[in-house]
Design a protein around this ligand. Structure first.
Ligand code: GRF
Length: 205
């Protein structure tokens, strides 16, 4: 089974979806790393018997040292696929280059809209609301050196009602995230995902 490392910063509901749907079935989560010791994702991992590590950027002295430390943890667990599941830091070029098309991220909007620097968490859903778009949804993409700009693997859409406030949009999108991210991770583990430049094909039946 492909060994997966999951990076989290917060509640870890996407991590939970991967634990429930992929872990021990099509892939194995070898380690969960949090950049915040209070991340509830750590508790979710521990409850599932998965190894955890906490790597705090401020304790490392520089973004480079922080990234190197996370890479060392991933290497120690023989991780082949890295999943950013609500991980709120941008990885350094050295980290990204170490895992070419082997790092996936979930973004809670339809890339290339509402993405890039500054578009994280509730800021994304607020921007979606302010712009007045009629659909939103999550994007799972490979991570490149530029934020939210790597090849898109899969997207889902949900219709937005005129009465939906940013919190309601977030809830609607999160439901789809919990379906989409585990499905993509599963397809990668099964060897169904093929990358050709920016174009990604999934050859599941
Ligand atoms: C999700 O909306 C994800 O798209 C974004 O951060 C949020 C994390 O939620 N990157 P959780 O920690 O998985 O509950």
């Amino acid at each position: 089974m492909m060994k997966i490392g999951v990076l989290v910063s917060g509640g870890g509901t996407n991590l939970q979806a991967i634990i429930d749907k992929v872990h021990g079935k099509t892939g194995e989560i070898a380690v969960v790393i949090a950049n915040n010791p209070d991340a509830y994702g750590l508790v979710r991992a521990q409850k599932a018997g998965i190894a955890t590590a906490v790597v705090v950027e401020q304790d490392c002295g520089s973004p480079e040292a922080f990234n190197q430390k996370m890479m060392a943890v991933l290497k120690a667990h023989d991780v082949e696929l890295v999943v950013l599941a609500g991980f709120m830091r941008i990885l350094t070029p050295a980290f990204v280059r170490a895992y070419p098309n082997r790092i996936v991220n979930i973004h809670p909007a339809l890339i290339p809209s509402f993405c890039g620097e500054g578009f994280y968490g509730m800021h994304v859903h607020q921007a979606v609301y302010d712009y007045g778009v009629k659909v939103s949804g999550p994007t799972v993409h490979f991570v490149s050196e530029e934020a939210d700009a790597g090849p898109i693997i899969a997207q889902r859409t949900v219709a937005l009602d005129d009465s939906d406030k940013p919190e309601a949009i977030q809830k609607k999108v999160l439901v789809l995230e919990h379906e989409l991210l585990p499905w993509v991770v599963e397809q990668i583990c099964l060897g169904h995902v093929h990358v050709d430049g920016r174009r990604v094909a999934i050859d599941c039946k």
